[in-house]
Design a protein around this ligand. Sequence first.
Ligand code: 5AD
Ligand code: SF4
Length: 455
Amino acid sequence: MGDIQKKTYHVTTFGCQMNEHDSEILAGMLEENGYVKGKDRKNSDVVILNTCSVRENADKRFFGTLGQLKKTKEARPEYTVCVCGCMMQQQHIIDTIKQKYPWVDIIFGTHNMHEFPKLLESVMSERKKITDVWGEAGDIVEGLPAKRLYKHKSFVNIMYGCNNFCTYCIVPYTRGRERSRAPEDIIAEVRDLVADGVREITLLGQNVNSYKGRSRSAENEKIWDFADLIYALNEIEDLERIRFMTSHPKDLSDKLIQAYADCDKLCNYIHLPVQSGSSRILREMNRKYTKEHYLELIGKIKKVAPDITISTDIIVGFPGETEEDFEETLDLVKKVEYDSAFTFLYSIRKGTPAASYENQIPEDIKHERFNRLVELINSISAVKNKAYEGRVEKVLVEGESKTNKKTLTGRTEGFKPVNFEGSKDLIGRTVKVRITEGKTFSLFGEVITDGPKTE
Ligand code: 5AD
Ligand code: SF4
């Protein structure tokens, strides 16, 4: 017989980019401990389900997936089932798992992810079950390895948690208060990534533009704000693109808007969640801005960066939303002319203030409004994308298209997906593409140069 077979793992991620990045770290820690990626959930030795409590139906999908693992666990008792992420920060979820899904081996939360290898080790050696969820975050843990999903682009966490308590949102309860990493740690991480071939970074946080990073330098005690960080990262040689997610309109400073003009690496793109176009609903949501204030911000951004592409998040059917409130949202969408938008049907999150509001909106009305909103957004996207026809865009080539092996796919600076024919050698490079067709959700084009990586 040859070497002892290495143990395999499989991670399933529900939810947002923060979770995707946490999964990269979980995989990185496992690989550092000698595990290798398994073929699928059923045939791996250790499975992790990294959960989300924000996205619609993510909880149903999670419990559905967990149910499917029962048979495998019965057939192979050494099969190790681990669950983590936002949902585990809620006691009622832990209770449900223990009652109805007793085959789970490890339950851990968002604040002690770095301890996962230690928890796994004790479960493996003692074959006991562990629940270890911290109610509060400890200090930020630096230097965790990550197994990156992509070679040429990478997520970089800059802050964790949220202090905003929007009345519909569970995040402040599951991810805790805002904590920012030291600027030196972020810059060092980005330099390392760039040295490893990364060309595009996405700075991650629940509310990146309220970043407040205390410098580690003794003589420079200054607190860095988000714009300071962007200006500093813009100086890193061989880094081509800087993106960030997600920002809150109330924290969007003039200094950050100016960075769009001054920092050539900051992509001409902003995701600025508005949630509703009605100032009355925005107040009920505790968003701390009005429709007028939001539109004023958009005006300022467009003035500094006329070609910017803009996307947003919108919730339809928040408790008490009237037809008039909803029409304010439609009006705002028309005024901003979003390139794209994530639309959500309001749904109750246990433990949030809005969950106990009495004036919940009936499902049929929510759906009817949702459909009208999506139709409007799509019609605007279609017109905007059509206007790209004939334009030449710089595209960072990400890989082969999932549906057609002959086609490559990448994104413009404005985050629009572009499909085009080309050789695989172009993956990881920035090429010029002439757009030949602009559809509602993507662009099609042809490469006009495969020359130097940036021009
Ligand atoms: N119902 C519907 N959508 C929600 N979001 C957050 N909480 C809820 C909820 N209870 C949406 C918001 C947020 C996005 C990530 O998820 O639009 O920006
Ligand atoms: Fe949730 Fe509001 Fe914080 Fe965003 S800003 S994570 S919507 S509480």
